[in-house]
Design a protein around this ligand. Structure first.
Ligand code: SAH
Length: 255
């Protein structure tokens, strides 16, 4: 799949694209990322990409024309039809479901805003979906773009090795959308705290049940809405329900 990122600061992406396990996706062609700076298609001596807002007020606004020209360059390379995403606090909140559908598609054009944002006429003319990463304001859409690309990359087959498999990751539909279970590594005792014994037992069935119980209780405590969703989807077994009932108000002896 191919992502085309429209950004005034392409240099922000270099370490991200070449570091850590996700670089396997970005380096292997599984997730191709191309960076486009609207300044390169902007005209005039100053290659202007922003201007003062009509109506006055502070800050600058990204101009529609250089953004549109950048889309034309991208269209010429990949063909029309890729969804155009704009990062914006007014957008739909990014979640696992959106990441999954992006991860199984052909990619998208990701437009990173800066300053006060983007001329509304560009949005009306070209943007298919606006995405927010939360109710706070960042200085630009580059970090949200990297957040999205990271989440999409780790869902690609063969990107994560066995050692860092996302099987137990939170929100995995294969595990009914529950939160991850707690993890432990050596030493067995650390500052008077022991590793739960079952994890040292080598008994795979017991370990699997323990992990499921932990997931259930963790999720009930931290995100009861996810338990409600799993229940509504008929994903909780009688055994699961018994564990949750025993957990009561989130006070499970297991935790
Ligand atoms: N004036 C705007 C904020 C502009 S911040 C407002 O108050 O809504 C500059 C750019 O950062 C935005 O155009 C957007 O691309 C990006 N951005 C800021 N916060 C974001 C968020 N929570 N999610 C996604 N993108 C965000």
């Amino acid at each position: 799949m191919r992502f085309d990122v429209v950004t005034l600061f392409p240099e922000l992406f270099a370490p991200f694209l070449t570091t850590g396990i996700t670089r396997r996706a970005f380096g292997s062609g599984a997730v191709d990322v191309y960076l486009f700076n609207p300044r390169e298609v902007a005209v005039g001596n100053y290659r202007r990409v922003d201007d003062r807002p009509f109506g006055g007020g502070p800050g600058m606004v990204m101009m529609a024309e250089p953004l549109q020209k950048t889309l034309e360059v991208i269209d010429a390379q990949r063909g029309r039809g890729a969804p155009v995403v704009l990062f914006s606090p007014i957008g739909q909140r990014l979640d696992h479901g959106m990441v999954q559908s992006l991860a199984s598609g052909d990619g998208a054009v990701l437009v990173c805003g800066r300053y006060e944002g983007v001329d509304q006429r560009f949005i009306d003319a070209h943007v298919d979906v606006q995405i927010s990463i939360g109710d706070f304001v960042l200085s630009g859409g580059e970090l949200p773009a990297m957040v999205l690309l990271d989440a999409v990359a780790r869902l690609q087959p063969d990107v994560l090795g066995d050692a860092d498999s996302h099987h137990f990751d939170s929100f995995n539909p294969a595990l009914d959308g529950l939160l991850d279970c707690p993890h432990y590594t050596r030493p067995e005792a650390w500052e008077g705290r022991a590793v739960p014994e079952v994890l040292l037992s080598g008994h795979h069935v017991n370990i699997a049940r323990w992990r499921r119980d932990q997931q259930l209780c963790f999720t009930a405590r931290h995100r009861p809405d996810l338990i409600a969703a799993a229940r509504a989807a008929g994903r909780l077994s009688a055994k699961d329900e018994a564990v949750l009932a025993k957990d009561g108000a989130g006070k499970n002896e297991l935790l």
